[in-house]
Write a protein that binds this ligand. Structure first.
Ligand code: ADP
Length: 266
């Protein structure tokens, strides 16, 4: 089990959210959004109230992964203040930069614009009472990451990586950023994605395409938790493309792997 206590000076932001978890990666394309989406669904399936904020301006893929590309969250007024009503699917309340801007334009935003958009989703979203809010960050270490830790009391960060050396090297940069002076966000653990591949016709064979146990070894070296190892599975890719996250299918091996990942946070 992961326990994290993070005391910050601004408890008024998202006061009714028990755990605010940043999902980060060093490199792009390692499956950060896939893990965020499936983890959110698995937490909801376990009976938790869950929110998901897609702050990946360089590729806001959460709407597609939830089949919610056409959602347009409503602006509402509560106590005279403008609020954005999150879109809800599969028991997960979500807001994405993709709901508000053409992704092709968001990629040319400068850091401050992206940071403001994240701030707005956090502060003006009508999130209500939630057990978890997951924040799918852009890859790397940027202004947005600093805005996040300065805006909300982040409980901890999850770092997603493949076991490949170049991905691990960037994951270390992410870990160092969160643990660094002035940021001090505890690392809840690493998720090793694309840990191996097993073809359907050879169920006993595991092929370590990106190397074996890279995150496991890094976790041991850095004395942090390895929250889980998720293999390369066709249904994970298909679920992402179809808007039906693999974690919805609780009885599948993959669904169970995401349920196990979620249980580490509860
Ligand atoms: P990131 O958010 O790090 O850029 P994505 O979550 O968008 O990465 O994943 C990149 C691509 O890899 C997507 O096409 C996704 O469907 C696929 N993918 C991610 N994880 C897996 C996995 N475990 N098995 C199969 N495909 C995966």
């Amino acid at each position: 089990k992961v326990k994290a206590v993070h005391v910050v000076e601004a408890p008024s932001v998202l006061p009714k959210v028990t755990n605010i978890i940043a999902v980060a990666s060093g490199k792009g394309g390692v499956g950060k959004s896939t893990i965020s989406s499936n983890l959110a669904v698995a937490l909801a399936k376990a009976g938790k109230k869950v929110g998901l904020i897609d702050a990946d301006i360089y590729g806001p893929s959460v709407p597609k992964m939830f089949g919610s590309e056409n959602a347009s969250p409503k602006l509402i007024q509560i106590d005279g203040k403008d609020r954005i009503e999150p879109h809800e699917r599969y028991g997960v309340k979500m807001l994405s930069i993709g709901f508000f801007v053409d992704p092709a334009q968001a990629t040319v935003w400068r850091g401050p614009m992206a940071s403001n958009a994240l701030k707005q989703m956090i502060e003006e979203g009508n999130w209500g009472e939630l057990d978890f809010v997951l924040i799918d960050l852009p890859p790397g270490t940027s202004d947005i990451h600093l805005t996040l830790v300065q805006t909300v009391p982040v409980t901890g960060a999850i770092v997603v990586s493949t076991p490949q050396d170049v991905a691990l090297a960037d994951a270390v940069k992410g870990i160092n950023m969160f643990e660094g002076a002035g940021v001090n966000v505890p690392i809840l653990g690493l998720v090793e994605n694309m840990a191996w591949f097993t073809p359907a016709e050879l169920p006993d064979n595991k092929y370590y395409i990106f190397g074996k146990d890279g995150c496991k070894k890094l976790a041991e070296e850095k004395n942090i938790n390895l929250l889980g190892q998720i293999p390369i599975v066709q249904s994970i890719r298909e679920g992402g493309d179809n808007g039906t996250p693999a974690a919805l299918n609780e009885d599948s091996v993959t669904g169970m792997a995401f349920a196990d990942l979620a249980s580490k946070l509860m």
